[in-house]
Write a protein that binds this ligand. Structure first.
Ligand code: NAP
Length: 326
């Protein structure tokens, strides 16, 4: 089978497309034939060796997939054979076949494509966990999504709209703002303008926003925090801009607003059962057409290095997905 592997931390261009031996499932595992794999900014950082944790070399990049079950390990129910599943794949995703714990494989709703399913779990679970469990988002509240045209940002728009919020998307280019509006945002603003908070006034009036969803960090965070209404919540999701902001603690006091960490990965590692209701709700919403996780584009396996480079270069729009079929 074909797989992409990282043999040395560095640029995505150093990844190699290789032929690896087929896999046999161990007890409790299934082997899936991969149909699609989702990528994110974190995957590009892991390849560069710039993430908080380093994956031992060599490794197959990626961590989420969708595919069809083609082999069952001991103890796995027969009825799983042939089913379409989506799963987290901590040992890598950019391979034509993967052995995964059967327990972690979730059936793909009938109306969901493999491409949508492969880019779904991380960004949508983070959004629902962030808004519902951490941010206590209520219907009618106003949400400002930073980095709104990224994979995590687009899912946040979709989930916040499904929860009845008014959504303002902040993005750095016209093309990205158009994509965020197409993903369901009610308004879009250009936060590359140093005076970007002035663009909020005609949208919100004098009320400011109730929640900030922040996967970007850097200089954007403090300005966004200053835009919160009393009782507002700033959801800290990630630091794609590179710099970790240091917000003076008088601001939460004066604003009567909270800074809340949204570490979905840490949350489910500490309490694996907690993801079951999140996934149940999200798949119900997919079936009901309440959320729309279809990615804007998908790419063949050989283009994975270029896709990862676009994430590092701030040029990617939406959730990038690699497809394994023609
Ligand atoms: N907390 C969690 O559980 C969790 C889960 C998944 C991901 N994350 C984090 O979420 C963040 C976003 O991930 P993603 O996959 O959505 O990435 P992405 O698709 O690349 O989106 C990130 C966005 O950040 C903005 N950005 C600003 N400065 C940037 C820079 N110097 N380089 C790259 N992007 C920059 C870009 O939008 P503009 O050009 O419009 O500014 C870009 O669209 C990452 O930091 C990731 O670690 C957190």
């Amino acid at each position: 089978m074909k797989a992409i592997r990282c043999h040395a931390y560095g640029a995505p261009s150093s990844l190699t497309l290789e032929e690896l031996p087929d896999l046999a499932p161990r007890a409790g595992e299934v082997v899936i034939e991969t149909e699609a794999a989702g990528l994110g900014y974190v995957d590009a950082l892991l390849i560069a060796g710039r993430y908080q944790v380093k994956t031992p070399l060599p490794f197959v990049p990626g961590s989420e997939v969708a595919g069809r079950v083609v082999a069952l390990g001991e103890g796995v129910p027969e009825k799983m054979m042939g089913t379409r599943v989506m799963a987290l794949s901590p040992r890598g995703a950019l391979a034509e076949k993967l052995a995964l714990p059967a327990m972690g494989c979730i059936p793909v709703p009938a109306n969901m494509s493999a491409e949508a399913a492969a880019g779904f779990i991380v960004s949508y679970c983070t959004a629902l966990y962030g808004f519902a469990d951490c941010g206590h988002l209520r219907e009618g509240e106003t949400v400002l999504v930073l980095g709104a045209a990224g994979g995590v940002g687009m899912a946040a728009i979709d989930v916040a709209k499904a929860m009845g919020a008014k959504v303002i998307a902040a993005a750095s280019t016209d093309e990205k703002r158009k994509a965020a509006l197409a993903a369901g945002a009610d308004f879009a603003l250009d936060y590359s303008d140093p005076e970007w908070r002035k663009q909020l006034e005609p949208i919100t009036g004098r009320r400011d926003v109730d929640l900030v969803y922040d996967p970007v960090g850097g200089d954007f965070s403090e300005a966004a925090f200053r835009s919160l209404a009393p009782g507002g919540r700033h959801l800290v999701v990630g630091f794609a801009a590179g710099d970790i902001p240091r917000i003076p603690l008088n601001l939460p006091l004066l604003k009567r607003a909270s800074i809340v960490g949204v570490d979905w990965g840490g949350h489910i590692r500490a309490n694996p059962a907690s993801n079951i209701p999140l996934m149940q709700k999200l798949t119900e919403w997919v079936t009901a057409g309440k959320i729309h996780p279809e990615p804007a584009a998908s790419f063949p396996l050989a283009e994975a290095p270029a896709v990862l480079q676009r994430l590092l270069d701030r040029e990617s729009i939406g959730k990038p997905v690699i497809r394994f079929r023609a």
